[in-house]
Design a protein around this ligand. Structure first.
Ligand code: GSH
Length: 202
């Protein structure tokens, strides 16, 4: 049995949980809730950075971050549907995924700016810097939307980033980028793992 340290709300954890679901590995991997702020949480032994997700293998070795976990699962259990094996397609897919992931990173930093600073300490310059990444990133995604196809890791990463923005409401991406609304609706229709990995209602 493998152990995935995560929360049910982390978009990076959701990406990995989606891959686990799609590859039919749910009965081989136990998801253990981890608190990133608790210094006594076993997460910090598994990953000294204290970030989720982290995957503990049967021999105690730990794999992080989410991108490496996905590569591990893909290399060990997949036949190329999550990340194509042919090098040209593989690095295209990984780059599209990195774009979605970078959007997610900026969304997270926007949320953390509000969570870890007093309101008067929040930096408008820093927030605008992150919003610039999100908006330029989503524009580029829209230009390449046909390439974000389920069950590839690029589409999974994009869906998790949009789901995170729906939850934390950093911006009204549906109004600003209408093609993405239709894209996510279609993705949800064809990829049931997205609904299955949604965070429980608060
Ligand atoms: N690049 C990492 C990012 C992981 C990450 O930042 N996770 C957040 C939760 S959504 C976290 O652990 N935050 C706590 C912290 O930064 O201390 C990955 O892909 O796994």
């Amino acid at each position: 049995m493998l152990t995935l340290y995560s929360s049910l709300t982390s978009p990076y954890g959701r990406k990995v949980r989606m891959v686990i679901d799609i590859l039919g590995l749910a009965d081989r991997i136990e998801v253990r809730h981890a608190s990133t702020l608790d210094p006594d949480d076993p997460l910090r032994k598994a990953n000294p950075l204290g970030k989720i997700p982290a995957l503990e293998l049967a021999d105690g070795q730990t794999i992080f971050d989410s991108r490496v976990i996905v590569e591990f699962l893909e290399t060990t259990y997949d036949d190329g549907k999550i990340i194509p094996r042919e090098p040209g397609r593989r690095f295209r897919e990984l780059t599209l995924a990195a774009l979605a992931e970078g959007i997610n990173d900026a969304l997270l930093l926007i949320t953390y700016e509000g969570r870890f600073r007093e309101p008067e300490q929040a930096s408008r310059v820093w927030l605008d810097h992150q919003y610039g990444k999100v908006r330029r990133g989503l524009e580029e995604v829209c230009r390449n939307l046909d390439a974000y196809r389920s069950p590839g890791i690029a589409a999974i990463s994009l869906a998790c980033a949009l789901g995170y923005a729906d939850w934390r409401k950093q911006l009204d991406w549906r109004a600003e980028f209408p093609p993405l609304a239709g894209w996510l609706e279609e993705f949800e229709r064809i990829q049931p793992a997205f609904a299955r990995t949604a965070a429980p209602a608060e």
